[in-house]
Write a protein that binds this ligand. Sequence first.
Ligand code: CP3
Length: 357
Amino acid sequence: MDATHPEGIVEDSLLAGSRFVRACLRKPVDRTPVWFLRQAGRYMQEYREVRKHHTLVEICKQPDLAAEVTITAAEKLGVDAAIIFADLLLPLEPMGLDFEFQAGEGPVVHHPVRTLEDVRALRIDRADDLAYVARAIQTVAAHFRNTLGVIGFCGAPFTLASYMIEGGGSRNYIETKKLMYREPLAWALLLDKLVNVLTAYCRLQVQAGADVIQIFDSWVGSLSLTDYREYAFEISKRLVRAVQAMGVPVIYFGVETAALLGAMAATGADVIGLDWRQPLDQAWRAVGYNHAVQGNLDPITLFAPEDVIRLRVNEILRAAGGRAGHIFNLGHGIVPGTPVENVQAVVRMVHGLGTRD
Ligand code: CP3
């Protein structure tokens, strides 16, 4: 029967949801929890079927469909947490910016924000329009109860501002940084408006049953440490603290952030999401052991043969060293074409090997 864990936890008794939330809070767990960034997406046949009949935004706006896609992916993979199916850019619409996803080109914002006047015109009073995301969370939370953790999410102010200003993805973030350096009033007002809307949006998600909120600052690695501190830190911290005050842990994630990890941790986020470029032990040291970490397998390693994947998974678990507060994940999202069976194999490896505290 169950063996009692030295820390007092009964092995194999934790439901996946509590295992995941406990790890976010750096409490001991019976085995390392695992989930994947972009775990619902085009690499999965079931998702492609739904996408044949609906656009991405249609799926997001129909709570039953969004919940179905979320649940199917999590159950097929056997992960410990389900991230709600939505998109980073959804809050742009109630703020007054129309966008669309163009096939093969990613998101396009039709009238990018470039001046103080543009920023002044953005609305902050319609976050309730995003209630469709909360309804999908309600369905997912009711389905899983405590058997899986339910993750809500939003973009961080810097990363969302970059889409609003550039009008889409960017390589050099020239327009974003021009506004940031040259128009301090517009920059401050834009970030302030974003945090207002994002706080209300996260509150809807938490009230609907999200156990944890992940804040995606995907493109913050384009900033130097000095510029992060000067232009993005305070506003990120405000959002992190506002969400924590709702009673849930916060995961704060970015890519190419090796130089920023200590500063990102200073926002007070419970968990820092790591990309794959730095070994996990080195990155955790930079974050500080008073935070949990999430990561950090290279998503393209999922195309490698299983023995190579196993080596990399082991390396990450060894680097985590059984310390409380490691959530296994990729260093960025699963890409189209990834073999689903390799993703499932990683779950089995982590659950089989995930070091106990
Ligand atoms: O399973 C999950 O992770 C939940 C779903 C999810 C989507 N977008 C659905 C989606 C999540 C968490 C996001 C977040 C998101 N959206 C981010 C942050 C995460 C990251 O990658 O750093 C960003 C930057 C976006 C903006 C965005 N959405 C881009 C740049 C693209 C196009 C990229 C591409 O691969 O085409 C999207 C589209 C998108 N969002 C897809 C999915 C499943 C794929 C497009 C589709 O189905 O048509």
